[in-house]
Design a protein around this ligand. Structure first.
Ligand SMILES: [Zn+2]
Length: 401
């Protein structure tokens, strides 16, 4: 048995415990969480020496869930210009992607994964366009739900794209211990109604989609004009599948996904109150994933998070990829939110980045809270403002069990 204590223990499923104690077995399964040493001694009927308890300065939390990542883009760290809007980002991405070497890609994926483990991430919702991460996922200490990403741009491509996505899914599911996966649409503008229907007809338990990441995505659907429209036209695609009708992107595609059990909307930077209400009313269940560092990197703006919290607490945290982030750290995302939205409590932030992520990825029987019988990982957050229960600029997270 192992005993861990800190200034505060945040089980997430209950209120924070000052000087709380987490008891785990040697494999990391939570035996129990106690308020203090006396209650621990009473419950376990043992006299434990204070020296047997590993005591940390800071806060102990369950492992983090990174709800949105593209591990296979890790080799693009520092390669893409900042603040160039989504169209600039895609342009850079396409040109750098063509020059990539296989070994470099593999090595950067490995080190990105190691860095996620070090900073306390225990599970990832990871986007895959190729099979390049599958071998690593098979041996990984992280748990994954892989979202096989599909986009067709022309209806002529739909069947081919769908079959490739299905093949990729079968490849992952062949003897891979991280075989959870589902085929997901890339973004509203890059997926034709035909492909949306194929994804929907499969009745997936969970899908994810990049949503309203740039203002011009809404303009495209509302009026058929704007940056995104011009970008695709220049590359020879007039996006004939998009029929402008005065409604935002999300209000166009959500009806095509009515058979999906759960949808993770990622980014939501330009989602209005009306969009959020509409999506909640017209999906079986949905989650709103925030990737603030990536939003600052690409669009240099943040979603108005309070619009979402007014409507729902079904919020998740993701890092997006190293193409649009300097690190894959959930704490780093939480720091941005704390700075810009100080009224959001630490308890909310930890809920979003632990149990909500675990629920969304259907891993909450094992992950997400410090509860008896779970094996959630144990993370120490240091340099916190203990009095106000806030993380600070200099806070650091690391995995301790
Ligand atoms: Zn993404």
């Amino acid at each position: 048995m192992k005993f861990y204590s800190a200034d505060f223990v945040f089980p997430v499923c209950s209120t924070p415990l000052k000087d709380g104690i987490v008891v785990m077995d040697n494999s990391g399964v939570v035996i129990d969480v106690f308020e203090n040493i006396a209650s621990l001694n009473n419950a376990l009927q043992i006299q434990i020496e204070r020296s047997a308890i590993q005591k940390f300065h800071g806060m102990l939390t369950p492992g983090f869930i990174n709800a949105h990542c593209h591990l296979e883009l890790s080799y693009l760290k520092g390669e893409i210009n900042k603040h160039n809007k989504l169209t600039g980002f895609i342009k850079d991405l396409v040109s750098v992607r063509m020059k990539a070497e296989h070994d470099k890609i593999i090595n950067t994926i490995k080190s990105a994964e190691e860095s996620m483990l070090e900073v306390g991430i225990v599970a990832v919702g990871d986007i895959s366009n190729t099979s390049i991460t599958f071998q690593l996922k098979n041996k990984s200490d992280l748990q994954y739900h892989t979202f096989i990403e599909a986009y067709d741009l022309f209806e002529l491509n739909t069947d081919k794209v769908w079959n490739m996505a299905k093949e990729l899914k079968e490849t992952l599911q062949l003897n891979n211990r991280n075989s959870k996966c589902s085929i997901s649409p890339h973004a509203p503008y890059s997926v034709t109604p035909h492909l949306f229907q194929k994804i929907n007809a499969n009745k997936p338990s969970i899908i994810t989609i990049h949503n309203q990441e740039t203002a011009s995505e809404n303009t495209l659907f509302e009026t058929g004009t704007g940056d995104l429209k011009n970008f695709f036209e220049l590359s020879g695609n007039k996006l004939p599948h998009i029929k402008p009708n005065g409604r935002s992107s999300i209000q166009n595609y959500v009806p095509w996904l009515n058979l999906c059990d759960e949808i993770i909307f990622v980014h939501n930077t330009f989602s209005s109150d009306d969009d959020i209400r509409y999506a909640i009313a017209n999906t079986k269940k949905c989650w709103w994933c925030l990737c603030p560092n990536a939003n600052l990197y690409i669009e240099n703006t943040l979603p108005e998070i309070e619009r979402i919290t007014k409507a729902t607490e079904n919020i998740l945290i993701g890092t997006d990829s190293l193409a649009s982030n300097n690190q894959l750290s959930i704490l780093s995302e939480l720091k941005i939110i704390t700075k810009k939205f100080p009224q959001i409590s630490l308890h909310q932030l930890l809920t979003w980045s632990t149990i909500n992520g675990a629920k969304a990825l259907k891993m909450d029987s094992e992950l997400g809270t410090l509860e008896k019988g779970k094996k959630p990982g144990l993370v120490l957050i240091e340099n916190v403002d203990l009095q106000n229960q806030k993380i600070t600029e200099s806070s650091q997270s690391k995995r301790v069990a």
